[in-house]
Design a protein around this ligand. Structure first.
Ligand code: ADP
Ligand code: VHF
Length: 368
């Protein structure tokens, strides 16, 4: 059956330690992807490597650390990267498209939906969309930084059936295998727990950015969105197909969920909360386990400045983030009604449009 597959290739798999593109690697990935296409699968690529490909060309002796230097290197490297992909895919009669996105594109549902429609059209026309972060315009606070999270958001956006994150290690180990040779690989991770987060370290190479931690964060977002994830190395003929078919030598992250509605994905993983609402134990139980809305009576404290319709984060009695929702009160109003029963609320501020602080349809739980 034809499936939709998002493949993320990290800098470490595309470039040498001293920068510059590894054209053999690109030719190899093009061949592997062409085999998936020949089987009728739809393939979308998320590629890193612009900075790594460009820094030597521009004259820097090593991968730059300053933002404007990285942006300059990426501007040079992105062109080289796409040129290399274009040549490599041409050998298989495959047409590619460049899609550069920033985190702020995902903050706006309108821009995100527009990007989604363009990508659907590219796929209809049998084109392979190749995504990267638009490094030259991204600003530090809004950067993906590495492309792991971008690949998860793209996989959710297009409702992919697989997200394959290709890196330079055979998956997730009990510790960074570069530093701990006795570390053991996880074949399957059914649930991403705090323990799994704790054992994942940063990048082990001089060209990679996020390390295993950012891959696990990305896996969490993708699996919550209903997309199963594979993390591993892909280097021999047939490896990519094996990874897609479930017998790759890396780590699989299961999902028991069907794809979340786009509105909830946006709420949970793309929106920016403008304030925080602290709730008591009863409200935590109602929101997280009961599937109920948040009422004023459960609110203990309000932080930040926001308007009705904005996104806020909700924290439990132990300051744990429980989830996010769209709030129906301005922060000033909410401070007046916090802790009040429903009858008291109307007495205090008069007739209101919606009593719930956050309606359950506009809520996503993030603590499970
Ligand atoms: N628990 C772990 N299991 C596997 N790899 C880990 C772990 N902790 C840290 N790493 C490091 O993460 C690196 C992969 O991430 P990164 O360098 O960002 O690669 P990429 O460029 O492919 O995104 C590995 O080479 C490894 O050194
Ligand atoms: N957008 C950047 C990604 C930076 C990066 O190193 O990412 P990754 O290799 O995925 O950890 C680039 O193309 O260089």
């Amino acid at each position: 059956m034809s499936t939709r597959i998002v493949i993320k290739i990290g800098s470490s798999s595309l470039t040498g330690v001293e920068g510059g593109l590894n054209r053999e690697a690109i030719a190899y990935f093009a061949r592997e992807i062409s085999l998936l296409r020949a089987k009728g699968h739809e393939v979308l690529l998320v590629t890193s490597g612009a900075v790594a490909a460009g820094f030597r060309e521009i004259g820097y002796p090593f991968r730059p650390k300053l933002l404007h230097e990285k942006q300059a290197a990426a501007a040079v490297g992105q062109a080289l990267l796409m040129q290399a992909y274009e040549q490599a895919f041409k050998d298989f009669d495959l047409v590619i498209a460049q899609v550069l996105l920033t985190r702020s594109d995902f903050l706006s549902r309108k821009r995100m939906n527009n990007a989604g429609m363009t990508v659907e059209e590219l796929l209809r026309q049998q084109v392979i969309p190749i995504f990267n972060e638009n490094d030259t315009v991204s600003i530090d606070e809004l950067k993906f930084g590495d492309n792991d999270m971008l690949s998860a958001l793209v996989a959710n956006l297009v409702k992919a059936q697989h997200l394959i994150i290709i890196t330079d290690t055979d998956g997730v180990y009990t510790a960074d295998p570069r530093k701990h040779p006795n570390a053991v690989r996880f074949e399957r991770i059914e649930e991403i727990t705090e323990e799994i987060y704790a054992l994942a370290g940063g990048s082990g190479s001089s060209v990679g950015t996020g390390g295993m931690r950012s891959k696990i964060e990305a896996a969490k977002v993708a699996t919550r969105g209903g997309v199963p994830v594979y993390v591993g190395r892909v280097s021999a003929n047939g490896d990519l197909n094996a990874a897609v078919e479930g017998h790759g030598p890396g780590t699989y992250f299961d999902t028991h969920l069907s794809s979340l509605p786009m509105k909830k994905q946006w709420l949970g993983f793309m929106s920016t909360p403008l304030g925080a609402v602290h709730v008591d134990e009863g409200a935590e139980e109602a929101l997280v386990h009961g599937g109920h809305s948040l009422l004023p009576v459960g609110v203990r404290r309000v932080e930040g400045s926001f308007h009705a319709g904005d996104v806020v984060e909700v924290l439990g009695p132990e300051n744990k983030v429980l989830g996010r929702g769209i709030v129906n009160y301005d922060d000033a109003q909410l401070r007046i009604v916090q802790g009040l029963s429903s009858g008291e609320v109307v007495g205090k501020i008069g007739p209101i449009h919606r009593l719930e602080v956050i309606h359950r349809d506009e809520w996503i739980t993030l603590c499970m």
